[in-house]
Design a protein. Sequence first.
Length: 208
Amino acid sequence: MMDKFTTLTAVAAPLPLANVDTDKIIPARFLKTIKRTGLGVHLFDTLRYDANGAERPDFVLNRAPYRDAKILVAFENFGCGSSREHAPWALLDFGIRCVIAPDFADIFHNNCFKNGILPIRLPRALCERLMEDAQLGGNARLTVDLERQVVVRPNGEELRFEIDPFRRHLLLNGLDDIGQTMQHAAAIDAYEARQHAERGWMPAITAA
C-alpha cells in the first residue's frame, strides 16, 4: 500500500531546468539496490555534491527551506532517459510527493503514479509563475488539492490541472498494483477454494 495523496501544502523547490533525465535524478551507480528506501541522499547527486562529496551550497535542495520541500517545480520533459523506477523512489525517499512541469517522459510519468507521487502537467507559463512563488521560500507554500484538481498559489489563485480519473482514484486511496489486487482478495480466495475442491491435488492458496 502507498500513502494516500489527498491535499498537500508544502514548500516547493524551484528547479528551472528542462530535459532532466533519470540519470540526473539518480545516477546509474546507485541502482544496485532493489529497496525503495535510502536513495533520497543520492537524489540529483551530481547537482547536489562536488567531486569530493561535499554539498554544493548553490543547489536548491541544499538550502533552507528547500531541504524539506515536498513539491518540485521544473520545466519540460522531466524524467526523460532510461526507464529506471529508482528515479521516483529517490524523489519519494527525499520527501517529494508532487512534481509540477509542462510535461513528463511517459515511463517516468507512469512510475510516479505507481509509487505515490503526483506528476502535474501545467503550461510553461503557469510553471514559471509557480517557479517565482517557489523562489520566495518558506513564506510562499503551495497547496495541491487532488480531490479538486487544483494547485493553489500563495496569493490564493487556483490553477486547475487534469488527471486520469482512474489514476486519481488510486492516489486518493493509496493503491499501488498490489493494493489494487488485494481489493479482490475475497474473490481470489473463493476462486482458489473452488479450484482446490474440484482438483484435490492442487494446493490451497489464499490472497492473504
